[in-house]
Design a protein around this ligand. Structure first.
Ligand SMILES: O=P(O)(O)OC[C@H]1O[C@H](O[C@H]2O[C@H](CO)[C@@H](O)[C@H](O)[C@H]2O)[C@H](O)[C@@H](O)[C@@H]1O
Length: 260
């Protein structure tokens, strides 16, 4: 049976014109931040994203304002998030499969042989197709077609077949299909972290742009908080929206300053 890692469409409702989040939403928040497309603009390739010192300084000040209740929740692995500069932050990586406190080893399941099989199949498919990119991740693998969108349908068919055959979860992303172990998503990551220090006791607020962030929005809402969608209007469980990365950073900076 195929495991699609996504919120069922029946839970989503069209909310075309969501308001921006009020600054008061950050009062008492336990803040969950997606990375790609939320804190940094989408780039042509995974390695094309750079985390600037200004962003890290902003997040550090925000974390202090929130008494430590700030976490990065990403499809990237914990190792990659640390390489990008987020080593000082609480992390949930690989779509909720990995967790790491600052300076501590990641809690993560082992890399499955099935993921290696999927990676080999992705490489076979990508050979002689310029623009396709296979991203080897700690415990998962991605096939990117941003550089060759004409292969998107075939990439989906391949990824679906591999998910069925290998018993892996298929995680669609932005011009991307990932295969990974199932049993977790960004919603379960929020639930897990909300039971732990320093996030416990806060009001969960999840800011993200991708369909993979909908589970985070859902759980934040279920636990009394809210989701903030980044980007163009779409069917979503978020209650608020910000139009782009620059607006997210402006909002967070205002939150640090405490102005309304
Ligand atoms: O959960 P996120 O932090 O949003 O990570 C999701 C995936 O992001 C990356 O891929 C996406 O961003 C790339 C860089 O901007 C872009 O080139 C690609 O097309 C996007 O799909 C990352 O490479 C994946 O591993 C993450 O799962």
């Amino acid at each position: 049976m195929r495991h699609f890692a996504r919120v069922s469409d029946s839970r989503l409702s069209p909310l075309p014109d969501l308001p921006p989040p009020p600054l008061a939403l950050l009062n008492g928040a336990a803040l969950f931040l997606d990375f790609d497309g939320t804190l940094a603009p989408i780039a042509d390739t995974p390695d094309g994203v750079v985390v600037d010192g200004e962003l890290l300084a902003l997040l550090e000040r925000l974390r202090q304002r929130l008494d430590g209740r700030l976490a990065i929740v990403s499809g990237r692995s914990v190792a990659t998030l640390r390489d990008l500069g987020f080593g000082a932050f609480l992390l949930a990586g690989t779509h909720g499969l990995e967790f790491a406190d600052p300076g501590e080893p990641a809690e993560a399941p082992p890399r499955l042989p099935a993921v290696d099989d999927a990676e080999a199949a992705f490489h076979s498919f990508a050979t002689h197709k310029p623009g396709l990119l296979v991203e080897r991740k700690t415990i998962s693998v991605g096939l990117h077609f941003r550089g060759a969108p004409q292969w998107g349908d075939a990439a989906r068919d391949l990824a679906e077949g591999l998910a069925d055959r290998l018993g892996l979860a298929l995680q669609p992303g932005k011009m991307l299909y990932e295969l990974r172990p199932g049993g977790a998503d960004k919603g379960t990551a929020v639930r897990t972290l909300m039971q732990r220090r320093p996030m416990a006791g806060g009001k969960p607020i999840f800011i993200g742009d991708d369909v993979t962030d909908e589970e985070g929005f859902a759980v934040a809402r279920d636990l009394g908080g809210a989701g903030v969608l980044v980007g163009a209007p779409r069917t979503t469980l978020a209650a608020f929206s910000l139009e782009q990365v620059a607006a997210v950073r402006h909002y967070l900076a205002q939150g640090v300053a405490g102005t309304g």
